[in-house]
Ligand binder design. Structure first.
Ligand code: PMP
Length: 401
């Protein structure tokens, strides 16, 4: 009998488990709209040309593979903060940002969670309802208490703005408010700039700490600056802000695990102390981060020709997703005779669309139509082609009614 007899089987991951089920299906029309990874119109994975070029340059330079410092590659940490806050943001000049390279968005969030657990005992993190499924896991594993604020309104398939504001107001002073910088996952519903202003007002009033998860900068609108506007607005108000970044989507570096955690502090001394503690947390977890993705990002941003090329490819990817979104809306509107208003599909932004399908309807999508998706009704438009929009519309309409 095994020493591990007492260990029970863990449930499959609700997002990554979808890909496993997809692989096991051999139907020719099957579609994987589960995981959020960009695909070409031919539904193939995509490596950015600019990444291939940067890779080639790295190989030519023949850099060594010695350990990075605990906080990561200095050149990466510099450019990643500049990309997020803007290169001429006073918080950078004043050295008020603690930036530490993390294991992509997930690992960066996990570092911030550990910092909260250690230095803000009992403080709560407020997360949107719904949110990316891994947020709850991350805070649970870090033993940080969390609760939800209202976000999604099923009646309008839009934002429950009043509910959101009321719940942020009602949270104990000094709570951490987790916000999706752009392209909210899973709903695709973002606050308007005016609504962001009101959210910042309430957070400031209640002395809360805004905690941004920005996993789609440049990938939502096609512009790095537009997608960072929410974060920059909070920083411009002089607030202290936490922000976790990811290069999985906007540079297609999913498997490189490259991202960063940034803590904007009100003084350079505080930033230095925070950074020292983030390093102390990272050291016994994974010692130091991987170098390759960090070099790719630093080299692309540091070279004006490559940077331009990256921006063009980002626009292309965001553009393909927007085209698919329009085609899906057109297909739904023309095929559905029930009079249902599908305009919510067009109002959403980013790689996801929240369809409003419930769990039983999602099961119908998968069992009858071989469309693989998470059970919350989310579909990844990045995994959809123009050619498959009509088929998907048929599946959604059949499942709804
Ligand atoms: N936050 C959100 C909201 C996400 O959607 C994702 C990617 N699915 C991440 C963080 C982190 O992804 P990664 O760890 O690959 O950067």
């Amino acid at each position: 009998v095994s020493h591990f007899e007492g260990i029970t089987m863990a449930p499959p991951d609700p997002i990554l488990g979808v890909s496993e089920a997809f692989k096991a299906d051999d139907h020719e029309l099957k579609l994987n709209l589960g995981v959020g990874a960009y695909r070409t119109e031919e539904l193939q994975p995509y490596v950015l040309d600019v990444v291939k070029k940067a890779d080639k340059l790295l190989l030519e330079k023949g850099e060594n593979l010695e350990y990075l410092p605990i906080e990561g590659l200095a050149a990466f940490n510099k450019v990643t903060a500049e990309l997020l806050f803007g290169a001429d943001n006073p918080v950078i000049k004043q050295q008020r940002v603690a930036t530490v390279q993390g294991l992509s968005g997930t690992g960066s969030l996990r570092l911030a969670a550990a910092l909260i657990e250690r230095y803000f005992p009992g403080a709560k993190v407020l997360i949107s309802s719904p949110t990316w499924g891994n947020h709850k896991n991350i805070f649970n594993e870090a033993r940080v208490p969390w609760s939800e604020y209202r976000y999604y309104d099923p009646k309008t398939v839009g934002l429950d703005f009043e509910g959101m504001i009321a719940d942020i107001k009602a949270a104990p002073e000094g709570s951490f408010i987790l916000l999706h910088g752009c392209a909210h996952n899973p709903t695709g519903i973002d606050p308007t700039p005016e609504q962001w202003g009101v959210i910042a007002d309430v957070i400031q009033e209640k002395n809360h700490i805004p905690f941004f998860d920005i996993a789609y900068q440049g990938f939502a609108s096609g512009s790095l600056d537009t997608d960072a506007a929410s974060v920059r607005m909070f920083v411009a108000r002089g607030m202290e802000v936490i922000a976790a970044q990811s290069y999985s989507k906007n540079l297609g570096l999913y498997a490189e695990r490259i991202g960063a955690i940034n803590v904007v502090c009100s003084s350079p001394e505080a930033a230095a102390r925070v950074k020292s503690q983030l390093k102390r947390i990272a050291r016994p977890m994974y010692s130091n981060p991987p170098v390759h993705g960090a070099r790719i990002v630093a080299n692309i941003v540091g070279d004006s020709a490559l940077f331009k090329e990256w921006n063009a490819e980002m626009e292309m990817m965001a553009g393909r997703i927007k085209n698919v979104r329009h085609k899906l809306f057109d297909s739904l509107s023309s095929k559905d005779k029930s009079g249902k208003d599908w305009s919510f599909v067009l109002k959403q932004i980013g790689m996801f669309s929240f369809t409003g399908l419930n769990k039983a309807q999602c099961d119908n999508m998968t069992n009858k139509w071989h469309v693989y998706m998470t059970k919350d009704g989310r579909i990844s438009l990045a995994g959809l082609s123009l050619a498959k929009c009509e088929y998907l519309a048929d599946a959604i309409i059949d499942s709804y009614h």
